[in-house]
Each structure stands twice: as structure tokens, then as C-alpha cells.
Write a protein that binds this ligand. Sequence first.
Ligand SMILES: Nc1nc2c(ncn2[C@@H]2O[C@H](COP(=O)(O)OP(=O)(O)O)[C@@H](O)[C@H]2O)c(=O)[nH]1
Ligand SMILES: [Mg+2]
Length: 314
Amino acid sequence: MDSGTSGRDIPTSSNRGGVTRFATIALVGRPNAGKSTLMNAILGMHLSIVTNKPQTTRKRVLGIHTDGDTQLVFLDTPGLLAPKYRMQKHMMGYVDESLDAADVICVIVDVKKAFERGNVIDPMWSEAITKRDVPVILVLNKMDVLGVPKEAAVLMEQARLSGLFAKAIAISAKDTTYVEDLVKLLCELAPEGEFQYDSEIVSDQPDRFFVAEFIREAIFKQFSEEIPYAADVTIAEFKEREGGKWYIAADIVVERENQKAILIGAKGGALKQVGEASRATIEQHLGMPVFLELYVKVRNDWRNDRTQLASLGY
Ligand SMILES: Nc1nc2c(ncn2[C@@H]2O[C@H](COP(=O)(O)OP(=O)(O)O)[C@@H](O)[C@H]2O)c(=O)[nH]1
Ligand SMILES: [Mg+2]
């Protein structure tokens, strides 16, 4: 599919001598489509948190992929939904900002769900992408769960006929199948431009942001239904210590006393488990041993409270 929407020339290898290329790529789509898994697969590391529950990603997560003369900055975003809480309005605000910043938009679609729906075009994102005058790539994800790969061809054809996409590609973010081809395509679409980040770094977001995210991830994995959505994490103290374990104290904020009781568990067992699981990921990310202290605090209805949300960084 080459019905390019941008009018931008796609460079060939022959005109690349000496120049650098830079592009911001927004990863958008429904909750659970695999946006965060894809970003991690591209970066080759666990940067953006992933769980089997929808709405895990709440803020924009920035990941930098530098390859030779091309730098791609990926913006992983919360899944598109109709907001019910004030928090979700903020989440959709991050999606909008990311789309505004994008040189290329990747729409991530769960291929099986699209096939079952019988339509690859989703009103949740179609309007948002047509408003923006940049190339849009359709990424059919989770090809590994599609029993009959031929089924994807139907969706590819729909995508082509819609005229919405510069290109469509079928991948598995989990197996990393065809992820390299997607990256190659994005490098080709990147306009000429200076790198905006040091080629050694993978994100511009501070360690404490990722530490809070990894604690949230552990909570999402450990608890079912209610708790993960009622909880958020803020870092109270972050001390780097010369020649010793780094000291990190984090507050887990929940909405009600009964949620606090569940999170702490009998004899503090549940909270201890959250600590152990998240410490492993944190230590891996920081490359340092850490001493992690977790406190659970109740802030009534924080998901709807403007001041509370601001203090949690929304
Ligand atoms: N089978 C399969 N599962 C995937 C794939 N990509 C993501 N997932 C799973 O889908 C769920 C949601 O993934 P996540 O990256 O958090 O989705 P996001 O909400 O779009 O960021 C997780 O359980 C992932 O392991 C894939 O290519 N194949
Ligand atoms: Mg996500």
C-alpha cells in the first residue's frame, strides 16, 4: 500500500549519505492492543509496563531508538476510550498531545479482534488520525494468535481501500516477528533532521517515573479487578547512595480504607509481595541494588479530584 498521505518523499539508501533523520512516532490504539509490548520489543528492553489488563498505561511513555543515522522517538500512549473519570480525561489528553507531536502515527490493532468485528477501521481512532496530516501506519498485532494468517489479508485489503494508511504491516510484538521490518519502514519515513537526544539514552523520563511505573505494574499483576484501577504510585524519597543500596520510598495511593486493607494483606503479606516483585524490575532497570519501602495511603476519590491528580502528576 503506497497511497501515502503525507506527500513526503521516502528516501532511498542512495540519498542518505551524511544526513541524519529524526522522527517522533506516536503509538496509539485501543487498550490491550499491544502498544507497550511493541515499544519494548523495538527498544529491546522492558521500559513501558505491560499486563494482561486494559488501561495499564496511564501517561505518555517516551522511548528512544537510535540506529545509525536515524533516531526514532516513540510515544507509548494510554489506550483510546471514552473517559469516565477525570483521570481518563487526562489519559486521553496524553494521546492527543502525542498525536500532535507525531511525524508518523502507528495505529496498533489486535488482529483477532478486528477480524471478529469484521472491520479493521475503528471509529475510536479513525477521526483522530484523519485530522493529522502525517503518514499513518496500520500495525496488525498479535498475528501469533491468528489461527489462519490468510484472515489478515482481508483486513489488509480493507485498510488499503480506506485510503487512511501509508502502509499496513502484520506483526507479533510478543514474538517480535516482523518488528524489525516495521522499524525499517519507520526509519525510511523519518524526515531529515538532527537527533534530539543523546544516542546512548533510551528515555528522557527520570528514573523515579519508571520506578513508580514498575510498582504499579506489580500491583496490576498481583490483584484482580478493583485494586489496580484504584491505585496509583508516587515516589516520596529517592536517594542514590555512593557504594550502597539506593533508598526509595514510595506511596501507594488508593481510594478507600478497604482497598488499603486488601493491598496490605494479612500480616502485610500482600504488600511485601508487591515490594519483592517490583524491586526485581526496579533493580534491573537501575542496574543498582535498592532498598524499597512502600506505604499505602488513602486519598478519597483521587481519580476524580483535580488537586489529587495534579499531585500524582496528571
Ligand atoms: N499473543 C500475543 N499477545 C500480545 C502481543 N502483544 C501484546 N500482547 C499481550 O496483550 C496484553 C496487552 O499488552 P500491552 O502491551 O500492555 O497492551 P497496550 O494496552 O496496548 O499497551 C499483554 O498481556 C501482552 O502480553 C502479541 O503480539 N501476541
Ligand atoms: Mg500500554
